[in-house]
Design a protein around this ligand. Structure first.
Ligand SMILES: [Zn+2]
Ligand SMILES: [Zn+2]
Length: 333
């Protein structure tokens, strides 16, 4: 099969590799769409060290089951699916306590084992979600949307909150939409001046789109005693984001940390302690809730796809994903 193989930072090649064959309770997905995620970009750039080399990246996967292992009796072949990416053991302390995404024995599709930037990808049958009623471009958003739902699972947002969302890439734009469902007072999106993505932030429901400096001014005027936002999403994908987020957060407020750029971060630790700010990380989330949001049309995702490339143009697609005008870049296979 054809696959995009990442050999090291900046070294992505289209290669012919062996077709994977599913064994036991594994199944094979004929990939139709796969999204390029911030984590993929960090691997490509080299800020996030590759955990498997070479690696076929890709964990925002949409496709059709075309082959199953000998222990799969479920009628999965021919169905449109996505797959969860944490292949957990099911036996360890974390798995038994419902924290299977933290299973220390897990493999992660597209991270520690080969992913979906190929004609075929293998997954285990229990990780598959059948979504025959959704289109492939939408299905490829289930994984990142689930990661945004996880942010709420890890740290609830109160109704009538003042919310700031730092960064208007895919995670920022999905966060605005999910947070909007919790009846906020205001959602302020924060972007670089002149960002071509500002229109998307308004489209998905931001009340204001401001620069960081403007947001600090806004905070002084429009939050209680000028002390900051209740809930601040850090989705900049940049090592500067956390310190910026802290300065926008009110005492006893929350920073929802969503960036996985892999770089070291320095931030005003004392400010965090003195303001009693909670910094809450969140990663992979519940696919069923993301699917529900998409089925009910509560989150707009198709509008966030700004470029689609064939697998053969994978390098161009990655380069395009770094351009400021692009929100979500997908590969079509
Ligand atoms: Zn991702
Ligand atoms: Zn486990």
């Amino acid at each position: 099969m054809k696959a995009l193989v990442l050999h090291g930072p900046g070294d992505l090649r289209l290669e012919e590799v062996d077709d994977p064959i599913p064994r036991n309770d594994w199944v094979r997905i004929r990939v139709k769409r796969v999204g390029i995620c911030g984590t993929d970009k960090a691997f490509y750039k080299g800020t996030y060290k590759l955990m498997k080399k070479p690696l076929i990246p890709g964990h925002e996967i949409a496709g059709i089951i075309d082959m199953v292992g000998e222990n799969v009796s479920e009628p999965l072949i021919g169905h449109k699916v996505t797959t969860e990416i944490n292949v957990y053991c099911g036996k360890c302390w974390y798995c038994r306590h419902g924290m299977y995404t933290h299973c220390p024995y897990r493999e992660t599709i597209g991270i520690t084992r080969d992913g979906g930037m190929a004609e075929y990808v293998l997954t285990r049958k229990d990780l598959v979600h059948v979504v025959d009623d959704l289109d492939f471009d939408i299905i490829a958003f289930i994984e990142p949307l689930a990661a945004v739902v996880e942010m709420i699972e890890m740290q609830r947002v109160e109704p009538f909150s003042n919310i700031a969302v730092l960064g208007i890439g895919p995670i920022g734009l999905l966060s605005i939409q999910v947070l909007k469902l919790f009846n906020p007072n205001k959602i302020v999106a924060i972007a670089r001046r002149g960002s071509p993505k500002i229109k998307y932030a308004y489209m998905v429901g931001a009340d204001e789109v401001l620069t960081y400096d403007e947001a600090l001014e806004y905070m002084k005027k429009h939050t209680p005693e000028g002390q900051g936002f209740d809930y601040v999403v850090e989705a900049t994908g940049s090592s500067k984001g956390l310190d910026m987020a802290l300065k926008l957060t009110r005492p006893r407020g929350v920073v929802a940390a969503k960036s996985t750029h892999g770089s070291d971060v320095s931030f005003n630790y004392t400010l965090m302690v003195v303001k009693e700010v909670r910094i809450v990380g969140s990663r992979c989330g519940p696919f069923d809730k993301a699917i529900m949001l998409l089925r009910r049309g509560l989150v707009r995702v198709r509008e966030l796809i700004t470029a689609v490339y064939p697998l053969e143009k994978g390098v161009e697609a990655f380069e395009a994903s770094f351009r400021r005008e692009n929100v979500k870049v997908q590969l079509e296979i």
